[in-house]
Write a protein that binds this ligand. Structure first.
Ligand code: ZN
Ligand code: ZN
Length: 379
């Protein structure tokens, strides 16, 4: 590939095929249509958030005003219901806002390929050598990389022009490589990732508790709906309040349970479907530090702050502690490589000896031939 003159703002386009092989195809082309539609797409992405916000506003009206203030007669019950509902509502809203507005952490500058790197890479003619250069770049910059592609190469993002940190993935909606990406959630118009995973789980928990509380406390008044004892406007609000609470309780509980299972195993949704890959192969348990330590990775060291939607997750999202299991695999792999090296050295020495023997034999044969062809020699 011919060398190209690049200025400091030029991006590099890298293609990665299914086998994890990289292909460097030159300066990145901008998508004109995407740029033009960017504002429309950005507005459209907020629709699910507006929908959730509208449901939250309506549920407050239906529960506090229609159920508590206009339907329940007992002042004590009214007071208790309003206090508990407001507490759960506040925590739900707080964790939801944190999930929506916490920016996803992206890869630090050290992981980005510069034009100098690009110039080094394009000089090479084989994928093997290009991958070797990437290994060298990651070593020079002391990047903490353990994850690999299927072919054992350094993981590259062909969109962001960077070496992917461990557990980071490219989000096509956010158009960025996101640290410890779990999934992109349209209901929060954000990536659920390293920076907001705790908030997301707390949002699931508090919203589930709020819906469950709403369903249980509105149930007796839902029954009154069928005996026509409720005022006309209130009865439809209470009817929908009960149905919406039940519906959301079920879906939120299943989602919350699933994410608690993932937290306890220190896995992301993506890793649960496809195990993280290392130099020795896939390992789903590489980051599994035990249940308590896994919880601490997301919720932090201070148990007093576990249920509060403030940032307490451990680390920086770029490198993660490994298990003994992973360390053992790595040691095994290194041993194998050393043995292979020894084997290949022995093989080379053997080949050298063989070729020297052959040379000596040939020389001897030549001498014999020469002797045979010597004039005057006897046959
Ligand atoms: Zn990317
Ligand atoms: Zn995203």
């Amino acid at each position: 590939m011919p060398e190209q003159q690049l200025n400091s703002t030029t991006y590099v386009d890298i293609n990665i095929d299914q086998n994890g092989q990289t292909e460097f195809v030159g300066p990145k082309k901008t998508n004109f249509l995407y740029d033009k539609c960017y504002i429309c797409i950005s507005i459209f992405k907020w629709f699910p958030v507006l929908f959730i916000s509208a449901i939250l506003i309506w549920s407050y009206y239906a529960y506090v005003i229609q159920l508590c203030l206009l339907t329940i007669e007992s002042t004590a019950v009214k007071g208790i219901y309003i206090i508990l509902f407001n507490a759960l509502y506040f925590m739900t809203l707080w964790s939801y806002m944190q999930t929506v507005f916490t920016k996803s952490s992206i890869a630090p500058a050290a992981f980005r390929l510069t034009n100098a790197d690009y110039q080094r890479i394009v000089k090479e003619t084989t994928d093997e050598r290009r991958n070797q250069i990437l290994f060298e770049i990651s070593k020079e910059r002391q990047l903490p990389l353990a994850c690999r592609t299927y072919s054992g190469a350094v993981r590259l993002c062909n969109k962001c022009n960077l070496i992917k940190p461990d557990r980071a993935h490219h989000c096509s909606v956010c158009n960025n490589c996101v640290l410890k990406m779990d999934h992109h959630c349209p209901w929060v118009n954000n990536c659920v990732s390293f920076s907001n995973y705790k908030f997301f789980i707390l949002f699931l928990m508090y919203s589930f508790l709020m819906c469950l509380f709403g369903a249980v406390t509105s149930f007796p008044y839902f029954l009154e709906f069928w005996s026509n004892q409720l005022p006309t406007l209130g009865k439809f609000n209470i009817l929908f309040l009960f149905f919406v609470s039940i519906m959301f309780s079920i879906s939120l509980f299943s989602l919350f349970s699933y994410h608690i299972y993932l937290v306890l195993r220190n896995l992301t949704t993506l890793e649960n479907f496809r195990s993280p890959l290392f130099a020795y192969g896939p390992n789903k348990n590489a980051f599994n530090l035990g249940r308590l330590n896994n919880l601490k990775e997301v919720f932090g060291d201070n148990e007093m702050l576990w249920l509060i939607p403030v940032y307490t997750s451990l680390g920086f999202g770029v490198s993660f502690p490994f298990t003994e299991d992973h360390a053992n695999f790595l040691t095994q792999r290194m041993r194998q490589q050393q043995e292979q090296k020894v084997d290949s050295n022995e093989l080379n020495e053997f080949k050298d000896r063989q070729s020297k023997n052959t040379e000596l034999n040939n020389e001897k044969n030549n001498e014999t031939d020469f002797n045979i062809q010597m004039p005057g020699s006897t046959h």
